[in-house]
Design a protein around this ligand. Structure first.
Ligand code: IPM
Ligand code: MN
Length: 351
């Protein structure tokens, strides 16, 4: 198969981890006879420095006409402590999600056999966890009206949802549940928020179309607790943008490291694949960041293109590297650790 993949390395550790995923994808392409053309494009602080905005039109054109987008990370500390900054790297990510119509963010949580005891959570609680948090990605409080009142003592961000936004996300959730354990949990704050009551009403109305799916409803504060208490109780979770952002960071603890969790963002056109971690500026340029979340995101890319063998091969080699201790320092527990680039080379060589 011929594939055009837009390559958005972004900021911080983004370029380093993306480089390793490219090595792995190229090794897969060589083994299974595909032809990948990488189309690098600017985003984030790197794009602000080069052309003054975090998601330039040229980058959008490259993404919109690609078969898929592989994304690293976005964010730079020089903006974090400057609330007055008008142009911020994160705006690039939000603009990209919106312009590409990526309304559903698929964030799986699973465990790795060789890492179970590295999680701060007890083995019996987490072993066998296999859940997906489906986060709404182009609406809610991330995109609602925000601003300051004239006196500059009041600021506001609004959470708005329209029925169609909830429906299209929930539809994906139901469809995913049908292919899995047929359990769907809608997570909201319907005891307080009107937008959450619209979520519940909308999902309840859809239940009849999926009679085999067992649907439950939970308040997000309770889910935050149950998710680490008994993650095996969940199959597919659907939730609003901000709730999903928070719950997915929490869920990454189950697998042992944030450096391991992949994601895909899907809509009606091109899909985007990215690790759930951020730009980790403290590690940028040091060749120490864990590249596996990005490598596993590439596995999701192949899976979505129905290149199942390719996806399985990536997962196999990742599991092998973990089992053999070919790991970056976040997983080494003071033992021998490998550089980001060494892990990437090892994975490519073992494909
Ligand atoms: C994520 C990140 C982003 C988000 C930031 C960088 C804007 O935390 O992808 O989870 O909040 O969506
Ligand atoms: Mn986040």
């Amino acid at each position: 198969m011929k594939l055009n993949i837009a390559l958005l390395a972004g900021d911080g550790i983004g370029p380093e981890v993306v480089d390793q995923a490219v090595k792995v994808c190229d090794a897969i392409a060589a083994k299974y006879d595909h032809e990948i053309t990488w189309k690098p494009a600017l985003t984030g602080a790197a794009a602000i420095d080069a052309v003054g905005e975090p998601y330039p039109d040229e980058t959008h054109e490259i993404c919109a006409s690609a078969d898929a987008v592989l994304f690293g990370a976005i964010g730079h500390p020089r903006f974090d402590n400057d609330p007055s900054a008008k142009v911020r790297p994160e705006q690039g990510l939000l603009k990209m999600r919106q312009k590409l119509g990526l309304f559903a963010n698929v964030r799986p949580t699973f465990t790795f056999p060789s890492l179970i005891d590295k999680s701060p959570l007890k083995r019996e609680r987490i072993e066998g966890t296999d859940l997906i948090i489906l986060r709404e990605l182009t609406g809610g409080i991330y995109f609602g009206e925000r601003g300051r009142k004239d006196d500059n003592h009041t600021a506001f961000d609004t959470m708005t949802y329209q029925r169609f936004e909830i429906e299209r996300l929930a539809k994906k959730g139901f469809e995913m549940a049908m292919k899995r354990s047929k359990k769907l949990c809608c997570v909201d704050k319907a005891n307080v928020l009107e937008s959450s009551r619209l979520w519940r009403e909308t999902v309840q109305a859809m239940e009849k179309d999926y009679p085999e799916v067992e649907v439950s409803y939970e308040f997000v504060d309770a889910t935050a607790m149950r998710l680490i208490q008994w993650p095996k109780g969940y199959d597919v979770i659907i939730t609003a943008n901000l709730f999903g952002d928070i719950l997915t960071d929490e869920a990454s603890v189950i697998s042992g490291s944030m450096g391991l969790m992949p994601s895909s963002s899907v809509g009606s056109k091109v899909s985007l694949y990215e690790p759930i971690h951020g730009s980790y500026p403290q590690a940028a340029g040091k060749d120490i960041a864990n590249p596996l979340a990005t490598v596993l995101s590439a596995a999701m890319l192949f899976e979505d293109l129905e290149l199942t063998k390719e996806a399985e091969e990536i997962r196999r080699v990742v599991n092998k590297s973990l089992a053999e201790g070919i790991v970056t320092e976040d997983l080494a527990e003071g033992g021998k650790s490998y550089k980001t680039s060494e892990v990437g080379d090892w994975l490519a060589k073992n494909i």
